[in-house]
Design a binder for this molecule. Structure first.
Ligand code: HEC
Length: 119
């Protein structure tokens, strides 16, 4: 009687542990995928992550057609100087001054190069 009671407690007691090991393995899958990209070229991956936040407004590949916000495929120097203009306050902006201030000048140059390369 006592032994079967213990047995039951042990059995039910291991279930949450097994479930969390299983969940942990599932959660590791996307992380594994990310770290693979990371291993190939971490710098390029970082720029893509930054650019993804811009695409919310500027469209996939920076091509928000019909909004006046298309930045994909434009000359890198033009994009870079606009971003620096927003950062320093030389260019008037409703939103972009806040975004631009979040990046160093070098990071803005890398983001400009990335959008320019999207043909
Ligand atoms: C919340 C929406 C939003 C996000 C996110 C955003 N932008 Fe903008 N962007 C704008 C708006 C609106 C303008 C027009 C200037 C203004 O009013 O701030 C603009 C203007 C620009 C311009 C100048 C375009 C032109 O033709 O003059 C560039 C370049 C630019 N953004 C790049 C970026 C980059 C790079 C990021 C990501 C780091 C980014 N934007 C994130 C909304 C956004």
């Amino acid at each position: 009687m006592e032994a079967s009671c213990l047995n039951r407690i042990e059995r039910t007691g291991t279930r949450p542990i097994r479930a969390s090991v299983f969940l942990g393995l599932i959660l590791m899958l996307p992380l594994g995928a990310l770290s693979q990209t990371d291993a190939r070229d971490p710098a390029a991956f970082q720029v893509q992550v930054w650019a993804a936040s811009c695409m919310a407004c500027h469209g996939p590949d920076g091509r928000a057609e019909g909004t006046g916000l298309a930045i994909g495929g434009r000359p890198a120097e033009e994009l870079r100087s606009k971003l620096l203009g927003y950062k320093t306050g030389k260019l008037p902006a409703t939103i972009m001054h806040q975004h631009a201030k979040g990046y160093s000048d070098q990071e803005l140059a890398r983001i400009a190069d990335y959008f320019s390369s999207l043909k």
